[in-house]
Design a protein around this ligand. Structure first.
Ligand code: ACO
Ligand SMILES: O=CC(=O)O
Length: 548
């Protein structure tokens, strides 16, 4: 007799009250089918990628700019795609929390993207709750009353196209175990979302399962996503290639293979997105072995930096050449309800950035707050006066034929940075430490996106700070404070800064603050830079409630 999923699958925290709705047996059956088909292949893929990243970091794999392959002898385009995805001028993103889902769907954006990857702290209630909120919202019966706000929240109509960003390959869902081991978070998100929503999306909303694909480094990973989605379509008896994807370009390596990746995904690809924050993080991580990191600290880095301009233009050109949308990235300036001055400032910053993107030729952009939807819609409407996009535009003047043009701060031939007199300002080190500490504190308490100093903080923005702190500390970066002579940023000095910044955070929850401090200290003093903060952070997130 076959084992039922309830016999094979164990839950670390026992049965949550949302299990019945979110994880009925038929959904777990679908998950197990995917798990059995892909889990081992996924583990191998991740191991191979780790080896490849190590080799790249040792300078054993040469980097190249994205270049059309010989397939271009027969010019090709991505498949035409649904009419309802032609207009994507404003896309609002939010973690799939109850209030955000309602507000995002009611914000008037062309697309709502629910982000399970960078914006959600993956506690078990958050993950189950996130799927539950989407199930209810897509059925147009997500409603509740907020007693503090004295406000009724309800999704009545859906005029936005719905995407989710599942968790990236390599992430585990540690609350659900098969044969005693954590399952893949990607497979979990794909199976649960498609199982519950495919029929309603297609039959009631005229949409389909649409996914944003995050943090892919290699062509092999892109192919793997394609295989998983094809298999899922077969299981649900959905037409082949009807599950559409937008690929977030956010890694140095993916950028260099972007033509090949787009070709591999061409039957289901409907856009490329500029994952600028993760891309900066990837640049910081991948070039860390150069003598010092000359890339400016995250808080001083502007979108005008030439390597970011080159990044944007590559995405725009490749997308448009292949007939798909180019979607601009996220400005992290965030309005504050009830703070008109800050809001005015944030909106003006976002408008200035999005106007430049629209003028360059982008077809739309992400926004991170409902108050940004109308201003950004206007930026694009002023430029795109005919039709819904501007896919016919290319940027001839921004062709990059060499890696020096993509990464102008590195002298690839000599294997060094162009200058080595970069001295980090102590204020930047303090800023980076403060952002990490506050983020880890909130994340450990279950919040994965928040506004701090008028900026949105999510995993991707904070990862830049974390990686830069590691580099500065481990390469004994010279640090200056005012007019004093520079000192080497030794680990002891780093720890002292982390300690002082922790002391400035006022909270009654001393235990979580201590956890956040220790997490940052451990992350910055590891001999090898961890690829993601999750390597140390996820094992300590809400696992103490185990009741197997
Ligand atoms: C680089 C990247 O990875 S970007 C992609 C992932 N990032 C995200 O998804 C982050 C999206 N943004 C957010 O989560 C939020 O804007 C935050 C956390 C940064 C700030 O939110 P808040 O502190 O609640 O802002 P504020 O107090 O101004 O919110 C006002 C109202 O707007 C709502 N709101 C704010 N941002 C969003 C959003 N993105 N989607 C839906 N509703 C939102 C709030 O829920 C609040 O609703 P209410 O008035 O009904 O209570
Ligand atoms: O995921 C988006 C980014 O900017 O990073």
């Amino acid at each position: 007799m076959e084992e039922s999923p309830t016999q094979v699958i164990k839950f670390l925290q026992g049965k949550h009250f949302l299990h019945k709705t979110v994880l009925p047996d038929r959904c777990l059956d679908l998950f197990l089918t995917l798990h059995n088909r892909f889990h081992t292949q996924l583990l191998t893929l991740i191991q191979e990628k780790e080896v490849m990243l190590r080799q790249f970091d040792q300078g054993l794999i040469p980097l190249k700019p994205p270049s059309p392959s010989d397939k271009d002898a027969h010019p090709w385009q991505c498949e035409p795609y649904p009419i309802n995805l032609q207009r994507r001028q404003v896309e609002i993103t939010a973690p799939p929390l109850r209030k955000q889902v309602v507000n995002a769907l009611n914000a008037g954006a062309d697309v709502f993207m629910a982000d399970f990857d960078d914006a959600l702290s993956p506690t078990w209630p958050n993950v189950l709750g996130g799927h539950y909120n989407l199930i209810k919202a897509i059925r147009r019966n997500l409603r509740f009353y907020d007693t503090d706000k004295r406000k009724e929240y309800a999704v009545m109509e859906i005029n936005s196209q719905i995407f989710i960003q599942p968790r990236s390959l390599g992430r585990e869902e540690g609350h659900m175990l098969v044969e005693g081991l954590p399952v893949s978070a990607t497979l979990f998100d794909l199976a649960v979302y498609a199982f519950h929503n495919y029929v309603n999306l297609t039959e009631k909303l005229g949409q389909n399962c649409y996914f944003y694909i995050p943090k892919v480094d290699t062509l092999e990973e892109a192919n793997f996503w394609n295989e998983m989605l094809s298999f899922l379509e077969q299981q649900l008896k959905a037409p082949a290639n009807s599950f559409k994807i937008t690929f977030v370009v956010e890694s140095v390596l993916a950028l260099s293979q972007l033509e090949e990746i787009v070709f591999a995904l061409k039957e289901r690809l409907v856009g490329l997105n500029t994952g600028r924050w993760n891309y900066i993080g990837s640049v910081v991580k991948r070039f860390r072995n150069f003598p010092s990191s000359q890339i400016e600290a995250r808080h001083s880095l502007s979108n005008e930096a030439s390597f970011l301009q080159a990044f944007q233009s590559q995405i725009l050109n490749i997308a448009h050449k292949r007939g798909i949308h180019a979607i601009g990235g996220t400005s992290s300036f965030v309005p504050r309800e009830n703070q008109p001055k800050l809001t005015e400032y944030a909106i003006s910053q976002v408008i200035s950035e999005k106007t430049k993107e629209a003028e360059l030729g982008f077809d739309g952009a992400w926004v991170v707050h409902p108050l940004l939807v109308q201003p950004v819609a206007q930026c694009f409407a002023e430029i795109i006066t005919h039709g819904q996009h501007q896919k016919d535009r290319l940027l001839d003047e921004f062709e990059c034929d060499t890696v020096d043009q993509l990464f102008p701060f590195i002298n690839f031939r000599a294997g060094e940075l162009l200058t080595d007199d970069f001295i980090i300002d102590k204020e930047e080190v303090k800023n980076a430490a403060r952002v990490c500490l506050i983020y880890y504190f909130h994340w450990l308490k279950g919040t994965g996106a928040f506004s701090f100093d008028n900026l949105m903080e999510v995993a991707s923005t904070v990862e830049i700070c974390r990686a830069q702190l590691w580099i500065w500390g481990n390469q004994r970066q010279r640090m200056k404070e005012g007019e004093q002579p520079p000192v080497n940023l030794e680990q002891e000095v780093m720890n002292e800064i982390i300690g002082k910044e922790t002391g400035k955070i006022s909270t009654h929850d001393k235990l979580t603050l201590l956890q956040a401090k220790n997490l940052l200290k451990n992350l910055t003093r590891m001999k090898e830079l961890p690829e993601s903060f999750l390597e140390l952070a996820y094992p300590i997130l809400d696992k103490h409630q185990a009741k197997l």
